[in-house]
Design a protein around this ligand. Structure first.
Ligand code: EPZ
Length: 417
């Protein structure tokens, strides 16, 4: 098991380039299956979740190659439509291959998805929508077998909840459906607009991307295309909160500031000065953050659930009491016990977490429980005086490329062993 050793108490200062978005490149790799041709993808981050997505392509008999941050996918018709159990368990986002394989092969078999322990993450919304498009589903020894003989048929779909993954799966499944599909109460995360831009550049006919009502006009086939993945807004939020807790001054470049408004608002409320240009965000943090009365996570453009653990950690040394309310995932607080090892004073009551700011944090030995919870432990360790050890960093490597090198570039003392 690999660990991070962090010698905390150092201010973070300097400039950092943000990578392409994990939650955009994953659906785009899935959607590349739909193209009768080549997808050349730029600005792809080097993450274990991306490697796992490419292994799924391999299982489907689809050739690909990666050089640096470019990924090229040669998607002739997939030879298989089954995603092996071990790969499904390795990451939750494998569920987002459902729509693309079903649309391209007319059938797909998956097992219950794995991924973060963020509570029972069902796929009932995905299944209901695909059935509405005409897919048949059969449960067979823990595997889900979807089939759509004669193809899918466009229709109106209303989502009970604006699920990001379900919205993406429906868009991919509907690309070749007969007629028009309209998704009502669609998720509006920027990564969905990025997926739509990729598909439209390959000849799809999808309109109102990024709104809560998306229209997909079925087409016959998609052709080769080239696409640059949008910047990772949660990676950006991670380095902003790391600068915030250490009282530093950090400039992030190659970001999309408009995708960070809710995060920047909360950091400004905690006393940080935030300056945005076309493709950069600069944070100038005070020696000690102010508490924030109430932060509530919500679907985009609300405060992102993925940035929740990051801000909870940063407020552990604020000058007062902050209240945080998680509205998206049941088990988002699974990291709080580990965070308390740093002396943080956090009490959770269901969806609510009450953070009593302390003057300092103590160095600690802790273990990552999930991706963003792991990032929260890194943020606390950057503040805590002395040497902290963070174990189980495989969770962190799912979503952060070169995190140790990046933090050292900003003046932190971090080693990966
Ligand atoms: C995507 O997950 C992201 N993952 C998550 O990021 C992110 O936290 C989440 O959206 C919310 O923004 C990727 O894009 C790969 P959802 P997804 O479907 O699609 C419930 C990270 O840290 N739900 O919007 O799984 C579900 O249980 C990851 O990068 C159902 O009940 O999120 C959850 O409570 C973590 N039934 C809520 O909706 C369904 O069929 C949000 O899920 C689907 C979802």
């Amino acid at each position: 098991m690999r660990n991070l050793i962090i010698n905390g108490g150092k201010q973070l200062n300097g400039t950092l380039k943000i990578h392409g978005a994990k939650n955009s490149v994953l659906p785009v790799i899935s959607a590349s299956i739909l193209l009768s041709g080549k997808s050349v993808l730029h600005n792809c981050p080097d993450l274990t979740d991306v490697t796992a997505a490419l292994e799924i392509l391999e299982c489907l008999g689809i050739k690909h190659k990666r050089s640096g941050s470019d990924i090229t996918v040669f998607s002739d018709v997939p030879e298989s439509f089954v995603i092996p159990d071990n790969l499904m368990r390795r990451m939750r986002s494998s569920v987002m291959f459902l729509g693309s394989i079903l649309a391209r092969c007319g059938r797909v078999t998956i097992s219950a998805p794995g991924g973060c322990m963020l509570g029972p993450r069902p796929i009932d919304i995905h299944i209901a929508a695909l059935k509405k498009l005409g897919a048949k589903v059969r449960e067979n020894r823990g595997m889900l077998e979807f089939s759509a003989k004669g193809g899918l048929k466009g229709t109106d779909i209303v989502l009970d909840f604006p699920s990001v993954g379900a919205t993406e799966n429906i868009i991919m499944a509907a690309v070749f459906a007969k007629g028009k599909t309209t998704v009502h109460n669609a998720a509006r995360e920027p990564e969905i607009k990025d997926l739509i831009d990729f598909l439209n550049s390959a000849g799809a006919k999808i309109s109102n991307g990024g709104t809560d009502t998306v229209d997909i006009e079925g087409v016959k086939e998609l052709h080769s295309t080239e696409h640059t993945v949008i910047p990772d807004r949660i990676e950006a939020a991670t380095y902003l909160t790391a600068a915030a807790i250490t009282g530093g001054n950090v400039k992030l470049i190659d970001v999309e500031p408009s995708n960070l408004s809710a995060v920047n608002d909360v950091l400004a409320k905690s006393g940080c000065e935030i300056l945005c240009t076309g493709n950069s965000v600069t944070i100038n943090a005070p020696a000690r953050l102010k508490p924030v009365k109430l932060i509530k996570t919500n679907v985009y453009p609300g405060f992102p659930t993925d940035a929740g653990p990051l801000i909870v950690s940063a407020l552990c040394t604020a000058g007062g009491t902050s209240v945080f309310c998680e509205n998206i995932f049941e088990n988002r607080y699974v990291f709080v016990d580990e965070l308390s090892r740093f002396g943080a004073d956090i009490n959770t009551y269901g969806k609510i977490a009450v953070i009593e700011g302390k003057k300092t944090l103590l160095s600690a030995h802790c273990q990552c429980t999930d991706l963003r919870g792991g990032a929260a432990l890194v943020i606390a360790a950057l503040k805590a005086e002395g040497e902290s050890t963070i174990g189980n960093i495989c969770h962190i490597k799912r979503g952060y490329q070169d995190i140790a090198e990046n933090l050292c570039r900003l003046g932190a003392d971090v080693k990966e062993i």
